[in-house]
Ligand binder design. Structure first.
Ligand SMILES: C[S@@+](CC[C@H](N)C(=O)[O-])C[C@H]1O[C@@H](n2cnc3c(N)ncnc32)[C@H](O)[C@@H]1O
Length: 321
């Protein structure tokens, strides 16, 4: 993403009533001069594209529909409408901030995950589409278990997206969700409430599984743990490193596998026999994670699931002893 003084170059601050924009003969203004929805979207898409800011058209549409308070699809039926000055002001501010790296999800305060809407604040990671594989794998294993109540824990719940999506699709899920961050747990609780599953999730503040009450054993431990190595800090996109919580991104050491290694140790103690640990990884640490599992006498590597881009993304291990 390029560094720019975005606020200075967005043109629709110039009110259509300003002298330079007003037709000299006072005749009605040509539609082409108005900042219609169509023109705002087109200008903003080009602007984001030039400045390498995200998925330009989609981002422009999300921001404008939020500013207008209407569903995104409705923009297409209102192309010739000029939004009022207040809406253009909000949109302008968001466009400038996004062009300088601020993620759309934080600007509008929400993100879709597993076809559900989640509130997000800068205290939580923005849910990623790759993480949906963690949910689908967990749901499949819950269905396979045939039990009426399946004890599950989501470690590092963040916005709660994984725990909540599982609960929505698996009525047998008896869910605990933990995080080390109080602020994240507050967001997760609100999301659970909004999705009508707060009664089904026990939220616990815990450093991994350390403070999760004993002697509970889980059939599934799911986690999207922080797995970026501290040594990779310099390679991250500005929109990630400057805005997303470092607690959610970075493992505790240079390699990215340190938090996962701790999770493996604890999971070996806290899984039921024949229970499963599922966790998200970056493809770069896939091999290392598999060999960490193979070192455990009580864990067996089941499989590694690839994401839609063909990258190793989810590791599944089973407790065998
Ligand atoms: C990569 S984010 C995942 C958030 C959410 N589950 C998702 O998939 O979008 C990792 C989460 O783990 C939490 N976390 C980091 N270290 C932790 C620890 N030692 N114990 C518990 N949670 C931790 C962070 O606060 C963050 O919410």
């Amino acid at each position: 993403m390029n560094t720019i003084d975005a606020a200075c170059v967005i043109p629709w601050e110039i009110s259509i009533n300003s002298p330079s924009d007003t037709p000299s003969n006072g005749a009605e203004q040509a539609t082409s001069e108005l900042w219609t929805i169509k023109r705002l979207l087109s200008w903003t898409t080009d602007f984001f594209r030039e400045h390498g800011a995200g998925q330009s058209r989609l981002d422009a549409e999300i921001l404008l529909s939020e500013a207008l308070g209407c569903p995104r699809i409705e923009l297409y039926t209102r192309f010739d409408e000029e939004p009022p000055e207040t809406v253009r002001g909000i949109f302008r501010d968001w466009v400038a901030r996004h062009a300088e790296g601020e993620p759309v999800a934080y600007l509008v305060g929400q993100k879709e995950f597993f076809s559900l809407k989640f509130e997000v604040t800068p205290a939580v990671l923005i849910p990623r589409p790759e993480t949906e594989h963690l949910v689908t794998e967990a749901i499949d294993l819950i269905r396979d278990s045939k039990a009426d109540s399946v004890p599950i824990i989501d470690v590092g719940t963040g916005s709660g997206c994984v725990a909540i999506a599982i609960c929505k699709h698996a009525p047998q899920a008896n869910m605990t969700a933990c995080d080390i961050s109080d602020a994240a747990l507050d967001v997760a609780r609100q999301n659970a409430q909004a999705q009508g599953v707060s009664e089904r999730i026990d939220f616990v503040k815990s450093d991994l599984l350390t403070h999760v009450p004993q002697p509970t054993r889980f059939h599934l431990i799911v986690s999207n743990p922080p797995y970026i190595g501290l040594s990779e800090k310099a390679d991250l996109d500005k929109s990630v490193i400057d805005f997303e919580p470092h607690l959610a991104l970075f493992s505790t050491g240079p390699d990215g596998t340190e938090t996962i290694q701790q999770l493996l140790e604890q999971s070996a103690q806290r899984l039921e026999l024949e229970g499963y640990l599922l966790f998200e990884i970056s493809p770069m640490i896939a091999e290392h994670c598999c060999s960490l599992i193979q070192e455990h006498t009580s864990l067996q590597l089941e499989r590694v699931v690839k994401d839609l881009a063909g990258h190793a993304r989810i590791v599944i291990a089973k407790r065998i002893a």
